[in-house]
Ligand binder design. Structure first.
Ligand SMILES: [Zn+2]
Ligand SMILES: [Zn+2]
Length: 136
């Protein structure tokens, strides 16, 4: 796909990201829920994320291999990425038209609280299934 202009709520962080496909996935893991304040809907992106400026970008190392990017000014959840830069998942809400992405998959379904579930017909994977695929 072509690069798209993404931004946080306040506009202090803007960047260009290139979606791999017009699809989004939900992550039900405890860290994503705590971080995003909901369920994290992410879009797999290819190539580098090009930031206009990283001045307002906060980066939190949430595990040995992953880190989470947010706006230090407005708190928007923006990007989960591998610390080695090999992979980035951008919040669908940062894109100009979040509704353009089909809801295709749900991961860490085994960590989803029983208090909600999505009716969409998605591909569902447990955390172990997802990691096995990701590390292969
Ligand atoms: Zn902001
Ligand atoms: Zn997660």
């Amino acid at each position: 796909m072509t690069p798209q202009s993404c931004r946080c709520l306040c506009g202090a962080v803007t960047f260009r990201a290139t979606p791999a496909k017009p699809e989004m996935g939900a992550c039900h893991c405890g860290m994503c829920r705590h971080w995003s304040g909901g369920v994290f809907f992410g879009v797999d992106c290819t190539g580098p994320i090009e930031f206009a400026s990283e001045e307002a970008l906060g980066v939190y190392a949430s595990s040995d291999y992953g880190e989470r990017c947010f706006c230090k000014q407005c708190g928007s959840t923006l990007i989960w990425r591998m610390r080695d830069g090999s992979h980035a998942v951008v919040s669908v809400q940062a894109f100009p038209d979040p509704g353009a992405f089909r809801f295709a998959s749900e991961i860490f379904i085994d960590e989803k609280p029983d208090s909600y579930s999505f009716a969409n017909d998605t591909k569902r994977m447990s955390g172990a299934e997802f990691i096995a695929q990701f590390m292969s």
